[in-house]
Design a protein around this ligand. Sequence first.
Ligand SMILES: NC(=O)C1=CN([C@@H]2O[C@H](COP(=O)(O)OP(=O)(O)OC[C@H]3O[C@@H](n4cnc5c(N)ncnc54)[C@H](O)[C@@H]3O)[C@@H](O)[C@H]2O)[C@@H](O)CC1
Ligand SMILES: Nc1ncnc2c1ncn2[C@@H]1O[C@H](COP(=O)(O)OP(=O)(O)O)[C@@H](O)[C@H]1O
Ligand SMILES: [Mg+2]
Length: 283
Amino acid sequence: MNPICIDKNEILKRYKPIDKHTHKGIQGHALLIGGSYGKMGAACISSKAALKTGCGLVTAFIPKCGYEIVQISIPEVMVLTDVQEKFISNITFDIVPQAIGIGPGIGQELATHKAFHELLKTNKVPLVIDADALNILSQNKSWLSLLLPKTILTPHPKELERLIGKWNSEEEKITKAISFSKNYHLVIVMKGAPTHIINGDIIYENSTGNAALATAGSGDVLTGMITSLLAQSYEPINAAIVGVYLHGLTADIALPETGYQSFIASDVIANIGKAYLSIENEA
Ligand SMILES: NC(=O)C1=CN([C@@H]2O[C@H](COP(=O)(O)OP(=O)(O)OC[C@H]3O[C@@H](n4cnc5c(N)ncnc54)[C@H](O)[C@@H]3O)[C@@H](O)[C@H]2O)[C@@H](O)CC1
Ligand SMILES: Nc1ncnc2c1ncn2[C@@H]1O[C@H](COP(=O)(O)OP(=O)(O)O)[C@@H](O)[C@H]1O
Ligand SMILES: [Mg+2]
């Protein structure tokens, strides 16, 4: 169990600089499916994070009650609404996204279970699954076989336990995560301090980030960032690695100004630019 350290060298091998002739139509369109009554913030921050990570277009699919919230808080994000007011019940869209992120703040209504199941049955697009979408998956493990190879799962430790069961040691946790990744051909981002990424037998350990990230919504932001990189044609494992590294780097960059306590998920988003610049300066 020798993890590969995700450091600047590993990032420079995977980082794609922007082509000066690119335009928003080829820079990737990310669809973020999130939010429910009282948790629209999760949809706002994950879709804003996707835009700030560089994809050309972002659409948020949300319950109706979030329409004005998202349009006013992030005017650059386009919005599609569900037929239901307070939760997601039927995911339909006429756009052609290059990547989909689902889960932040969606809750666990039965109708939302059904909508997620329908999406999994028909989806052909690279996918990131987080938060309540992971919890729904944990309650319906037979749906795991519907996931396309290299679908990215981003569980925190509790979500991971719901998916793979309890473990008695770090070693057992990694062994179980490797079997899970191999059985279903998934990329698992095991969030924590530090975050590990499992791709079959290969384990990566992130080198950025600090306890400032222990704050509401910082994982929702990560979902938006990874989805954005997927939409920009990063291979799933590279989207996971670069996303996790940049996410942690924002907290390392901001720490001298915010301290641990006052750093919030929006500060991750505010520092994505500086995190990119620090990679660019090494390239
Ligand atoms: N502003 C918003 O709208 C926010 C919405 N959120 C959404 O709220 C929903 C519930 O998410 P939660 O993650 O709070 O609920 P969960 O029930 O999945 O996780 C909370 C439990 O996991 C444990 N846990 C979390 N991180 C852990 C760690 N690193 N080590 C050990 N235990 C850990 C906690 O102690 C707690 O028992 C999700 O849909 C999420 O996206 C949250 O992200 C918070 C912000
Ligand atoms: N002490 C810590 N050190 C480094 N990173 C942390 C720490 N605590 C949390 N994080 C990171 O913050 C994020 C939290 O994600 P998550 O628990 O899903 O939050 P939320 O659901 O509120 O958005 C993960 O990327 C995790 O690795
Ligand atoms: Mg989370």
